[in-house]
Design a protein around this ligand. Structure first.
Ligand code: GDP
Ligand code: MG
Length: 281
């Protein structure tokens, strides 16, 4: 289920308080981000919120992102003192590594203790990065508990993980970077905020503009284009011709081809693409 939350100041304040409260009970925070847009898919004040807790950053959807870029981002976050893992929470790729890493942390915590306490975790991230999928992967359940709207406190529940570890059942849903227009675009490309923010044709045109700059050969191969045109609009029209997205009167069906390109990008069909590189941040 995609979460479309209407963030307003009161909501954000409540979320902040809830996370602060939960933080007191956990040993580590697992921050899930979208590996295609690691910068845009991070909450703007995440560092301030989490402060000095141990942090594990999950570069999720790494099946959709550029392999080389994944490695750069891993390095980027590691250099800044985080633990980092690439994952695919849809198939469970990386889950074993994460459990191994957590169990090492659990042992460190309990090394000199007579009574071994569970190592406690919470998951945080903006909507659609894969928080629920991660919970399901770790607990082996089909569906994570719902009702995970910020500010709605239910009785806290700890889900038991193998190896004396416990996970808070509801993830901390953080607000996205909606004040940064570039981040807004990236989130919209990845389907993490509503398409209505821009009309679908304009959104696709923006995406094509990025793709023809950074991944021209993937674009050419996918849509069997002889060459990449000068302007994104020409490229979009060439793709529309190839796909037969033509209206009566030989007009281009911009909305239809826009949906095709966006859907194929989001599903990883155009190729493995990362929209933000660590070297540019
Ligand atoms: N390709 C791919 N899709 C994923 C991955 N993780 C989650 N998804 C999909 O992304 C969407 C959002 O996932 P969800 O767990 O609901 O995100 P949440 O809003 O953070 O809880 C769903 O359609 C998932 O199937 C991943 O690693 N790879
Ligand atoms: Mg969820």
């Amino acid at each position: 289920m995609m979460e479309h939350i209407n963030w307003y100041p009161g909501h954000m304040k409540k979320t902040r308080e809830l996370i602060a409260e939960n933080l007191k009970m956990v040993d580590a925070v697992v921050e899930v981000i979208d590996a295609r847009i690691p910068f845009s898919s991070r909450n703007p004040i995440i560092d301030e919120l989490v402060k000095n807790k141990k942090r594990i950053i999950i570069l999720n959807k790494s099946d959709l992102s550029d392999h080389e870029a994944n490695q750069e981002w891993e390095q980027y976050f590691r250099k800044r003192g985080n633990l980092v893992l690439t994952m695919n929470c849809m198939t469970g790729g990386g889950a074993a590594q994460l459990l191994k890493l957590l169990s090492r942390l659990q042992e460190e915590k309990n090394r000199d203790q007579v009574r071994k306490r569970p190592y406690r975790l919470m998951i945080v991230g903006v909507p659609n990065v894969g928080k629920s999928s991660l919970i399901n992967r770790l607990t082996g359940k089909k569906s994570a508990p719902t009702g995970d709207r910020p500010g709605v406190t239910k009785g806290k529940q700890w889900l038991n993980l193998p190896g004396n570890m416990q996970l808070l059942d509801t993830p901390g849903i953080l607000w996205p970077k909606f004040e940064d227009p570039k981040a807004g675009l990236n989130l919209a490309f990845c389907g993490s905020i509503k398409d209505e923010i821009l009309d679908v044709a304009t959104l696709a045109l923006e995406l094509i503009s990025v793709l023809q700059r950074d991944y021209p050969s993937l674009l050419r191969e996918r849509y069997k284009l002889e060459e990449i045109s000068e302007t994104p609009l020409e490229t979009m029209e060439a793709i529309a011709m190839k796909r037969g997205c033509i209206l009566p009167g030989k007009k281009i069906d911009y909305d239809r081809i826009a949906k095709v390109v966006l859907d194929e990008f989001r599903a990883g069909i155009i190729g493995r693409i990362t929209l933000e590189r660590a070297s540019h941040e």
